[in-house]
Design a binder for this molecule. Structure first.
Ligand SMILES: [Zn+2]
Length: 58
């Protein structure tokens, strides 16, 4: 019998999206000045893939 690991589902809140699963990216327009606009688009957080949680490594 293999010893069972008592693997707790360790997760921590994703720091990139603060647990929301989405990131808000500022959209830059104007190649010359690259200024920021007020317009922002939501994108799925690629750190946690939208789950808002990431596995916690020891
Ligand atoms: Zn995230």
């Amino acid at each position: 019998m293999a010893p069972r690991k008592t693997a707790k589902p360790k997760v921590t809140k994703c720091p990139d999206c603060d647990g929301t699963g989405e990131t808000t990216e500022s959209v830059r327009v104007g190649a010359r000045k690259g200024r920021l606009t007020d317009y922002r688009q939501n994108a799925m957080c690629i750190t946690c893939w939208g789950s808002g949680e990431i596995p916690a490594d020891d």
